[in-house]
Design a protein around this ligand. Structure first.
Ligand code: ADE
Ligand code: ZN
Length: 340
């Protein structure tokens, strides 16, 4: 079955707010970078590597994802990775992207913070000029590491902070609650950084409460398990807290058995500011537009749901109010030109 609103989805401008740049490393580029850097991968070819992308849960994915990132050595590698994503973003009519990078994944291998940062940053700057895609950059702390390690990373980031827009919290959720990073996030807020955190992906609603109350986040990444707690849903609704939902990711990491079981429509029906995002598209089999088309097909989204989701993506972004308003007006104009 095709997606009933495919042409509308393709035509609408979109913001992507939950995208790990390391999660856009396609097998072809992984092999090319390994060769360029004189490394040998433990897979004979891209098909064998792709076949290994059969995950049971978040951790089984993270193990491969961190290993894959090992081919990223030079600034040019980080540039090429980011540029490849931005070209795909352009094809999906993403006009604004808020991108995570995981500095500790690289600094722990002896790659300088600035090597990763400069490569990514330069591609983002080029994309603004050459592709008309605006962006924000979010430095994400690995929650399986200590808070002290996070503070050390924040120190390394200090020379670059004028070009970093916010901080996030990702990696293995279970056993690493947001409260573990309360002092680190307070230090980041004091530096003027916006804060987001992965919570309620595999972890319980209590982790979403902690992200709100102890990290003072302005968005929850994933948050799908919030639906298990009515009081939490009421709170998220009352403060219009955005959730950056990643449907294909949730299916590939077994948060939901299949796309048809995803709770995206329930999140919208509960009045929450849910958005659609791709998370780690090279590993989960679909970039942003595929996530929209898949949800449209499998969840039976209405035309209003589709429009609400793209509008939410701009509302939840860190664009300036006048930029948000301009994109919201463009969304409405596109929707008017695709009548029901
Ligand atoms: N790092 C990259 N993708 C992630 C995800 N879905 N959850 C937690 N950490 C991640
Ligand atoms: Zn994520």
């Amino acid at each position: 079955m095709t997606s009933p609103h495919a042409s509308l989805i393709r035509a609408l401008p979109k913001a992507e707010l939950h995208l790990h740049i390391e999660g856009t490393l396609e097998p072809e580029l992984m092999f090319a970078l390994a060769q360029r850097n004189g490394m040998t991968l433990p897979y004979t070819d891209v098909e064998v590597l792709r076949a290994a992308y059969d995950f049971n849960n978040l951790q089984s994915f993270l193990d491969l994802y961190y290993a894959g990132a090992g081919v990223l050595i030079t600034e040019a590698d980080f540039y090429d990775l980011t540029w490849a994503y931005l070209l795909r973003a352009k094809a999906d009519r993403i006009v604004h992207a808020e991108i995570f990078f995981d500095p500790q994944t690289h600094t722990d291998r002896g790659i300088a913070f600035g090597t990763a940062f400069n490569g990514i940053r330069r591609a983002l700057d080029d994309a603004q000029l050459q592709l008309g895609i605006s962006s924000k950059l979010i430095m994400s702390f690995l929650r399986h590491l200590s808070e002290e390690a996070g503070f050390a990373t924040l120190e390394q980031a200090k020379p670059f902070l004028t070009r970093i827009d916010g901080v996030g919290l990702d990696s293995s959720e279970m056993g690493h609650p947001p409260s573990k990073f309360e002092r680190l996030f307070a230090a980041c807020r004091a530096l003027g950084l916006s804060c987001v955190a992965h919570a309620g992906e595999e972890g319980p609603p209590a982790y979403v409460w902690e992200a709100l109350d102890r990290l003072a986040v302005c968005r929850i990444d994933h948050g799908v398990r919030a639906m298990e707690d009515d009081a939490l849903v009421a709170r998220l609704k009352a403060i219009r807290m955005p959730l950056t939902v990643c449907p294909y990711s949730n299916v590939r990491l077994k948060v939901f058995p299949q796309l048809a079981d995803h709770n995206l429509r329930q999140l919208l029906a509960a009045g929450l500011c849910a958005t659609v995002n791709s998370d780690d598209p090279a590993y989960f089999g679909g970039y942003l537009q595929e996530n929209y088309l898949g949800c449209d097909r499998e969840l039976g989204l209405s035309r209003d749901d589709v429009l609400q989701l793209v509008r939410n993506s701009f509302e939840a972004s860190w664009l300036a109010p006048e930029e948000k308003n301009a994109w919201l007006m463009e969304c409405d104009a596109v929707a008017r030109s695709y009548p029901a």
